[in-house]
Design a protein around this ligand. Sequence first.
Ligand code: PAF
Length: 282
Amino acid sequence: MKVVHTVKELREALAVEKSLGKKVGFVPTMGALHKGHASLVKRSAEENDVTVASVFVNPTQFNDAKDLEKYPRTLEADCELLQTYGATLVFAPSVDEVYPEPDTRQFSYAPIDTVMEGKFRPGHFNGVCQVVSKLFDMVQPDAAYFGEKDFQQLAVIRAMVADKKYGIDIVGCPIVREDDGLAMSSRNMRLSAEDRKNALNISRTLFKSSTFAADHSVRETLEWVEKAITASPGLELEYFEIVDGDTLQPVEDWGESPYIVGCITVFCGDVRLIDNIVYKEL
Ligand code: PAF
């Protein structure tokens, strides 16, 4: 596995592979990798000849400077994991390499990017689109792999790919959970032992709500989850929404859509965690 830091090195390494007609899979990451990322790399390695992973903490998607500062940076350990799961090339650029000039492009995919994370983290998805579009232009992959934990991010990226007519196959991969159910996240390493225990009530509540939803209305399910999280020690609910899985707009009735997902964001101490559960899928 080769590690490169500049676009020139990346292009040179990929030119050889592409001239041989090799299929390129791409896994964009911000590092602090865990088994969730490993599953994306593994899937890409199974489905492509070459797997490129990027490790870049993108400043333009953080609307909170403290959050950016606290984001874990663990390149050496990340490279070990990437090699173990089959990455062939790692692109770990500097901020200046990705943004030689400020990126003033605006991406807008309303209403997909204005609800939920879009409402609570203004500018976040614009930053995600800026960096992902730059990375797509640099790597020019055949397929790119994203986790379904960031459910709304995946929908926004699909919208961007359709809008910009990138010929890239966007592959959504299932959430990977700890044995006790907590969704894997780079932010979990910032949880204190107490917070880690409390955080468990997020996935537990979502799983139980799936049973509850079978004989209750959307409104009753919404209220049940909100009440359960609010009553959980150490958790502060930011939002819970039950939405159409394609449009991300709230649904009022289970019959309204064949694809319905519950999306949640909760503060556990000062760590912001997201998770989701599919209530209905074709
Ligand atoms: O999901 C992430 O880790 C980031 O949002 C991404 C897609 C790598 C862009 O910085």
